[in-house]
Design a protein around this ligand. Structure first.
Ligand SMILES: N[C@@H](CCC(=O)N[C@@H](CS)C(=O)NCC(=O)O)C(=O)O
Length: 202
């Protein structure tokens, strides 16, 4: 039986998992969910109620990074795994930690009336976007001159950031980051995982 993937099209965590699964050539039974109406079958598999969730014969993976790592353990045709673990971990912590918090603050200013949007943007620049820019000016990808799982894990979050206010993003001094982002946005892999599915119901 194929693994079952519970997913939500626009979720950046689900996107990174779908990209890794597709890259590894793993076919899944895709179950598109609504966050407001999660299927019981998904909650039975993983009570924490976040997507993505991958149900294997003998395990349930309910963290997007675990799904990515599992996928590239099965097959890694272009050497995504071939990275310095310390550097990889540092980027992931930056992204999934501080940057994700700032992204939510930037995206939903109404939920954070006490915060000054300009300060939020400055922090996002200082803590993530400018360090990324520095790195991407030195090499083509975040961990060197080859695409790795780290680029794929981070890309959906930068994409989301760039879409909050596209005009503002265009004005930011991030040429190398924009090149990196555009390359992923145009990739066959990304476009393949953005296909639309009807909502799956129990
Ligand atoms: N640490 C989790 C986070 C996943 C996550 O937070 N996903 C969001 C959607 S982007 C979610 O399912 N939220 C539950 C909800 O909104 O009810 C992972 O990496 O898989």
């Amino acid at each position: 039986m194929k693994p079952i993937l519970y997913s939500y099209r626009r979720c950046p965590y689900a996107m990174r998992a779908r990209m890794a699964l597709k890259y590894a050539g793993i076919e899944v039974e895709h179950r598109e969910i609504e966050l407001r109406n999660k299927p019981q079958a998904m909650l039975l598999a993983s009570a924490k109620g976040t997507v993505p969730v991958l149900c294997l014969d003998d395990a349930v993976l309910d963290q997007s990074l675990d799904i990515m790592h599992w996928a590239i353990e099965q097959s890694d045709p272009d050497g995504w795994k071939d990275v310095d673990d310390v550097i990889a971990q540092a980027w992931i912590e930056k992204n999934d930690g501080q940057f994700k918090t700032l992204l939510d603050q930037y995206k939903y200013p109404n939920r954070f009336p006490e915060l000054d949007p300009e300060v939020v943007l400055d922090e996002a620049l200082e803590r993530m976007l400018l360090p990324m820019e520095g790195s991407l000016q030195g090499s083509q990808y975040l961990t060197g001159n080859r695409l790795s799982w780290v680029d794929i894990a981070i890309f959906p979050f930068i994409r989301q950031f760039s879409m909050v206010d596209a005009k503002q993003f265009e004005r930011l001094p991030l040429p190398a980051t924009k090149r990196w982002l555009a390359q992923q946005l145009e990739s066959e892999l990304f476009n393949a995982v953005m296909q639309k599915y009807p909502v799956w119901l129990d």
